[in-house]
Design a protein around this ligand. Structure first.
Ligand code: GAL
Length: 964
C-alpha cells in the first residue's frame, strides 16, 4: 500500500494564501460609541502552543471542549513574552526574513497558538440588533470560530478586522476560539526592522450594533485660512445628523456647513466636540479643522509651510512588546511634547488607534504608515517582490484600505505612507491611486521609490548633510516630478547608543532651505526586552540563528522610557524659540521659530551667573512675536561681578506661562546663554622645586615615583598616575560604517592598535622648577606614535600638569580621544563648573548648559543598553571629586567611572559591568565626534579629532568639598 500527503489538501491552506483573508467586514472608521454597549474580551485566555500550523484539528473550537489542561496567556499579548520561555522566544532581524524566501510559503515549523475564551454576555447586553467582534491586532494570521462556527481568517497584523457575529451569540457560554500562526504569507509583507512577536497583541472587543446604528463615516473638516472659516461635512453610510454645539452646527450627514472656527494645528490642537446622531446610535466626534495642501512645492497646512521636528515611533514596551496600554501611549505623547517634538511617523504600521486620538488631542503631525515592508527581497535584487506582483495587489489594497478607513477621521494625520522599504512596483502604485482617490485631503508618502512616481513628497532616509543641502538648493537633479516636490527625511539621525551626532547641523539646513521641511529621527525607543540576567536583551540573546544584535536598540528613550541624552539634545536643537546674543551690548535676540503660534504662551526669565552660580534672576519681558519674527530684548543692567576676575554670563529661559495639557507652568521650552566676561585662565607660578626623597620625588603637594616619574599622591591623596589616553570603548556609531566613505572608525582604530597603546618611558628629569617626564606612546607593530611630555610644576600648594603631544609618523585616522586618565579611590560625589547636566560630545553638545552641576560617579553614567563610551561632560572649567579639585586650561571633557575603558569595551550588557575600588577619571583635551554612522553619515569633518600637535594643562589642588 502506498499513500501520499500533500500540503495542498491541508486545512491550513489559508496560511500561505496571498489573499488578505475571508469573512471579515469591510474596513470602517474606528470609534467608541456613546451609547452602544461593548464588551472587552481582553484578559486571561486558555492557550495551547503547537509546533506546526496543522498539528491540531479544529475540535477545540467546538462547544464543550475540555481545555482544562491548557496553559493561560494574557490577551492582548505576545505569547513568546509570556510563560517564562515555555512558549518560545522573540526573534530579532532587521532586513533578513528568519525563514527561507520562497513566497508565499512559510516553514513547516510554524508556531501556532490556539486561544480559547468562554464568556457570557453582560446582563445588560441588548437583545436586539447585531454584534461585531473586533480584533485590533493579531500577528500574523488568525482563524476565528465563535460557538463552533468558522467565521473567517485574516492577515495584516497591525490592522483592525471585524466580523459580524450577532447571529451566533448566546447569553452565556459563548466559545471564542482563535488560532494564530506566527508565520503566514502575510509575514512576507511585514519585514519591518523589529522583533517578530506572534500573538493577539491588541484588544479584542465585542461591539453591540444597534438597529439604525452608525456604520462607517468620514469627517471632512477643512480650514480656509484666508477667511478664517471651516467647512464641515460628515459623509455617513447611515444617514443622521451632525451636531457641534460650540459652533451651533446641526446639519444632516452629507451636507456641508461653513462657519468661523479656530483651526487645528500641532501647535494649537483645537478640537471641537461633536456628535454623529443616527436613528439608533450617538457617536462622539472630535473635529479639527485643517487643510493640508501641496502648494508652491511645499507642504502647507492652513496656508503655511510646516517644518517637521519628528520622530519615528515603533510601539514598544520592555515587558509587553507591542502591546501598549493607554497610559504608555500617553507617556509617549507627553514626552514628545515636552521635548519640542511636533511630528510622528508611525513606523512602520498603523499604531493602536488610541495613540492617534492622543495625537489629535495634544497636537502632533502624523505620517500614518501602512503595515507593509518587504525589505528582505532586497537581498535578492528584489526578485519576487510582492509589491511588484499582481497576485499580491489585493492584499496590498486591503492593507491600504484598512489603514485609511480606520484612521481617516484624525485631524493629526497629514500624510498616508504606503509602507517602508518595499522596493518599487505596481502594487504600490495601486495603493497610492486608491488612497488618492479615497482621500484627497491628505498627501501620500513613500520613501522607497526615489522617482516619486506615487508620492507627494520627496522623502529619503539618512541623506547626509551635504546631500540635504544640495537638495535644499535644488541642485540634486532627478526626475522632473521630484524636482517639484518638497523634501523630508522620513528617517535621519540614527539614535543608536551614544548619539545621534550632527542634529544641530541638520536643523540649520532645514531652517535655511524652504524645500527642506524637516525630518523624523530614527527612532523613538530602544526595543530592549526586559531580561532577568541581562537587564535588557537584544538580538541574539534568545539564541536566534539569524539576528542583528543591538541594532534594535536605537531610540531617543531607553526601553523604560527614560530620556537619553540624544532626546535632550534633540529638544534643544528643535526648540521653537531661539535665544542668542553675545552679551556685550546687553541684549539678547529672541526669535519665534513656531510655524503658527505667537509667543504669548511663554514667559521669559533671565539669570545672571558668576562662575556658573546664579546671583540674580528675574522676569524678562518679550513681545508676543509672530512666527518668524525676532526682537532684540534688553537685559537688565548687569550686576557688578561679586568678586574680581570671575566668569559671568546670562542665561535666558522661555517657560510655559501657564499649565498646558502636556506640561505644567514653568516647564522649560527653550533657553540660551550669553557670555559676558571670560574665565580667567588658571595660573600657577612655578616656585616649588622637585626634591628627591628616597624612592620619591616631591614637588609642592605631590609625590612621584622617582624611577618612573609617575604621580603617586597629591596632598596625601593617592592618585593612580595620570597618563595619556587615546582609547574609548567604541560607540555603536564608531562601530558603524559610514555610508558614503565606507569608513568604520572602530575597525580602523583597532587595526592600528589604539586599544593597546604602550607607554615607553624615555626620561625623568627633575629640573629647577619642573619635573619633566618624557615618553612615547604607541601601539605594537606600527611606526606611528605620540611623543608625550608631562611637565609638572607647583607653587607649593597647587600642582600643574602640562601635557605636550607630538604625533610621529603618518596618522591617517582621527583619535578617539586625547587626554589623560587617572585613578582615584574613595571618590563618589562630583561637582563641576562647565557643561551639564548630561553628557556632550563635539557634535552633541547643544543641550549642554554651562553652570555648576553635581552628581555621583554612578550618576555620570549613561545606561546605554550595550555598554559603550558615554558620560563625558563638555567645556568643564573645573571639577572636584575624590578630594581633588582639577582645573583645566583650556576647558576639557570630563568623565569618571568605576570600571576601565577596557572593561567597558568588553561588556555586552550593563550587567557585565561591576564596580571596582578605583574611579577612573578622564580629563580629555579633545574627543572625536559621535556622528550617526550606525546607519548613515559619520561625524562632519569639523568634529574629527585629528592627530595633531597639542598642549593642554590641568591644575590639581586639594578641595574642601566632601568626597562621598
Ligand atoms: C531604516 C529602516 C528602519 C530601520 C533603520 C535602521 O532603513 O526603515 O526600519 O531599520 O533603517 O535602524
Amino acid at each position: 500500500m502506498s499513500f501520499r500527503t500533500t500540503r495542498t489538501t491541508s486545512a491550513v491552506d489559508y496560511v500561505e494564501d496571498v489573499s488578505p483573508g475571508s469573512g471579515a467586514l469591510p474596513p470602517r472608521a474606528w470609534y467608541a460609541s456613546s451609547d452602544a454597549t461593548s464588551y472587552s474580551l481582553n484578559g486571561s485566555w486558555r492557550f495551547r502552543l503547537s509546533a506546526t500550523a496543522d498539528a491540531q484539528d479544529d475540535s477545540f473550537a467546538g462547544e464543550g471542549y475540555d481545555c482544562a489542561s491548557w496553559a493561560e496567556v494574557t490577551v492582548p499579548g505576545h505569547w513568546v513574552l509570556q510563560g517564562d520561555g515555555a512558549f518560545g522566544a522573540p526573534i530579532y532581524t532587521n532586513v533578513l526574513y528568519p525563514f527561507p524566501v520562497d513566497p508565499p510559503h512559510v516553514p513547516t515549523e510554524n508556531p501556532t497558538g490556539d486561544h480559547l475564551r468562554v464568556f457570557d454576555l453582560p446582563s445588560d447586553w441588548p437583545s436586539d440588533g447585531g454584534a461585531v467582534l473586533r480584533f485590533d491586532g493579531v500577528e500574523s494570521c488568525a482563524r476565528v470560530w465563535l460557538n463552533g462556527t468558522d467565521i473567517g481568517e485574516f492577515k495584516g497584523s497591525r490592522l483592525a478586522h471585524e466580523f459580524a457575529v450577532g447571529h451566533l451569540l448566546k447569553p452565556s457560554g459563548n466559545v471564542l476560539a482563535v488560532r494564530v500562526h506566527q508565520w503566514s504569507a502575510g509575514s512576507y509583507l511585514e519585514d519591518q526592522d523589529q522583533w517578530w512577536l506572534p500573538g493577539i497583541f491588541r484588544d479584542v472587543t465585542l461591539l453591540h450594533r444597534p438597529a439604525g446604528g452608525a456604520g462607517d463615516f468620514f469627517v471632512h473638516a477643512s480650514y480656509d485660512h484666508t477667511g478664517g472659516e471651516g467647512t464641515l461635512r460628515v459623509d455617513s453610510d447611515v444617514d443622521g445628523r451632525v451636531l457641534v454645539p460650540a459652533l451651533d452646527i446641526d446639519v444632516a450627514t452629507g451636507e456641508a456647513v461653513t462657519v468661523a472656527v479656530e483651526p487645528w494645528s500641532a501647535e494649537s490642537p483645537r478640537l471641537y466636540d461633536g456628535e454623529l446622531v443616527t436613528e439608533g446610535e450617538r457617536v462622539p466626534l472630535r473635529i479639527g479643522f485643517r487643510t493640508v495642501a501641496l502648494e508652491d512645492g511645499l507642504i502647507k497646512v492652513n496656508g503655511k509651510a510646516i517644518l517637521f521636528k519628528g520622530v519615528n515611533r515603533h510601539e514598544w514596551h520592555p515587558e509587553r512588546g507591542r502591546t501598549l496600554d493607554l497610559s504608555t501611549m500617553r507617556e509617549d505623547v507627553l514626552l514628545m511634547k515636552r521635548h519640542n517634538i511636533n511630528a510622528v511617523r508611525t513606523s512602520h504600521y498603523p499604531p493602536h488607534p488610541a495613540f492617534l486620538d492622543l495625537c489629535d488631542e495634544y497636537g502632533l503631525w502624523v505620517i500614518d504608515e501602512c503595515d507593509l515592508e518587504t525589505h528582505g527581497f532586497g537581498e535578492q535584487q528584489w526578485r519576487d517582490n510582492p509589491v511588484d506582483d499582481d497576485r499580491w495587489t489585493p492584499a496590498l489594497l486591503d492593507r491600504a484600505a484598512r489603514m485609511v478607513e480606520r484612521d481617516k477621521n484624525h485631524p493629526s494625520i497629514v500624510f498616508w505612507s504606503l509602507g517602508n522599504e518595499a522596493g518599487t512596483g505596481r502594487g504600490l502604485t495601486a495603493m497610492a491611486e486608491w488612497i488618492h482617490g479615497r482621500d484627497s485631503s491628505r498627501l501620500v508618502h513613500y520613501e522607497g521609490d526615489w522617482s516619486c512616481r506615487d508620492t507627494d513628497v520627496y522623502s529619503r532616509m539618512y541623506a547626509s548633510h551635504e546631500e540635504a543641502e544640495q537638495i535644499g538648493k535644488d541642485l540634486d537633479g532627478g526626475p522632473h516630478k521630484r524636482r517639484e516636490l518638497p523634501f523630508i527625511q522620513c528617517e535621519y539621525a540614527h539614535a543608536m547608543g551614544n548619539g545621534p551626532g550632527g542634529l544641530a547641523d541638520y536643523q540649520e539646513l532645514f531652517e535655511t532651505h524652504d524645500r527642506l521641511q524637516g525630518g523624523f529621527v530614527w527612532e523613538w525607543i530602544d526595543h530592549g526586552v526586559a531580561h532577568p540576567e541581562l537587564g535588557y536583551a537584544y538580538g541574539g540573546d534568545f539564541g536566534e540563528e539569524l539576528h542583528d544584535g543591538n541594532f534594535v536598540c536605537d531610540g531617543l528613550v531607553f526601553p523604560d522610557r527614560t530620556p537619553s541624552p540624544g532626546l535632550l539634545e534633540f529638544k534643544k536643537v528643535i526648540e521653537p524659540v531661539r535665544i542668542q546674543g553675545d552679551g556685550a551690548d546687553g541684549t539678547v535676540r529672541v526669535t519665534n521659530a513656531y510655524d503658527f503660534a505667537d509667543l504669548s504662551a511663554l514667559a521669559f526669565e533671565w539669570a545672571y551667573q558668576v562662575d556658573g552660580e546664579t546671583v540674580e534672576a528675574g522676569a524678562l519681558s518679550v513681545p508676543p512675536l509672530a512666527p518668524g519674527e525676532s526682537a532684540e530684548v534688553k537685559l537688565p543692567q548687569a550686576p557688578a561681578p561679586a568678586r574680581g576676575g570671575s566668569e559671568t554670563a546670562w542665561t535666558v529661559r522661555a517657560l510655559l506661562a501657564a499649565d498646558t495639557a502636556w506640561a505644567p507652568k514653568g516647564h522649560i521650552v527653550a533657553w540660551g546663554q550669553v557670555p559676558v566676561t571670560a574665565r580667567p585662565v588658571p595660573s600657577v607660578s612655578p616656585t616649588g622645586r622637585p626634591a628627591l626623597d628616597g624612592d620619591r620625588i616631591t614637588l609642592g603637594p605631590a609625590s612621584f615615583d622617582a624611577r618612573t616619574g609617575a604621580l603617586r599622591t597629591i596632598g596625601g591623596i593617592a592618585v593612580e598616575n595620570p597618563r595619556l589616553d587615546v582609547w574609548r570603548a567604541p560607540t555603536d556609531n564608531d562601530d558603524g560604517t559610514e555610508w558614503k566613505s565606507g569608513i568604520n572608525y572602530s575597525a580602523l582604530w583597532r587595526a592600528l592598535g589604539l586599544h593597546r597603546m604602550r607607554h615607553r618611558l624615555d626620561s625623568v628629569e627633575a629640573g629647577e622648577d619642573a619635573l619633566t617626564v618624557r615618553t612615547r606612546v604607541a601601539p605594537a607593530a606600527q611606526e606611528v606614535g605620540l611623543g608625550t611630555v608631562y611637565r609638572w610644576t607647583s607653587d607649593g600648594e597647587r600642582l600643574r600638569l602640562t601635557v605636550s603631544v607630538s604625533p610621529e609618523g603618518e596618522w591617517k585616522v582621527p583619535l578617539p580621544r586625547l587626554g589623560v586618565r587617572l585613578g582615584l579611590t574613595g571618590a563618589d560625589r562630583v561637582t563641576w563648573f562647565g557643561g551639564g547636566p548630561g553628557e556632550a560630545y563635539p557634535d552633541t553638545r547643544l543641550a549642554s548648559m554651562v553652570g555648576r552641576w553635581e552628581s555621583t560617579v554612578d550618576g555620570l553614567q549613561t545606561p546605554y543598553v550595550r555598554p559603550q563610551e558615554n558620560g563625558a561632560r563638555a567645556d568643564v572649567r573645573w571639577v572636584e571629586l575624590g578630594g581633588l579639585r582639577i582645573e583645566g586650561d583650556p576647558e576639557f571633557f570630563f568623565g569618571a567611572r568605576r570600571w576601565t575603558t577596557e572593561q567597558l569595551d568588553a561588556a555586552t550588557h550593563r550587567t557585565d559591568l561591576t564596580a571596582g575600588e578605583t574611579v577612573w577619571v578622564h580629563l580629555d583635551h579633545g574627543v572625536h565626534g559621535v556622528g550617526t554612522q550606525s546607519c548613515g553619515p559619520g561625524p562632519l569633518p569639523r568634529y574629527h579629532l585629528l592627530a595633531e600637535p597639542a598642549e593642554f594643562s590641568f591644575v590639581f589642588s586639594v578641595s574642601d568639598s566632601p568626597t562621598q
